[in-house]
Design a protein around this ligand. Structure first.
Ligand SMILES: [Zn+2]
Length: 106
């Protein structure tokens, strides 16, 4: 579970990183262990590039409205996409996106 540090930064545990990745949408034509889709811009992210590199990813909270630090509330997105999230509570948007099939453009 994530922790709020004294300077208001959030520290994510190893388990949080695993569930952030697992909670993000898969792509039918890419290995889900290595590539996932950013639900905000619909472009893919590369697992090995956590925080740095091309198509990197970071942890973002799914629901900021009913906020909790539980790992089920954490999802992987591109660092630059965080400010473009659709709304405070993205639970339904993410459910809808995950119910559809997505493929990455080659
Ligand atoms: Zn993105």
């Amino acid at each position: 579970m994530a922790k709020i540090l004294e300077d208001n930064q959030i520290e994510f545990s190893k388990e949080d990183l695993i569930s952030a990745w697992d909670n993000s949408p898969t792509l039918i034509n890419k290995d889900e262990k290595k590539f996932r889709m950013c639900f905000i811009c619909k472009f893919f992210m590369i697992k090995d590039n956590f925080e740095y590199g091309d198509l990197s990813w970071v942890c973002e909270f799914i629901d900021l409205k009913h906020f909790n630090l539980d790992s089920s509330n954490i999802i992987a997105v591109h660092p630059g996409c965080r400010e473009f999230r659709h709304k405070d509570d993205c639970t339904k948007i993410i459910q809808k996106i995950k119910a559809a099939q997505w493929s990455a453009a080659e």
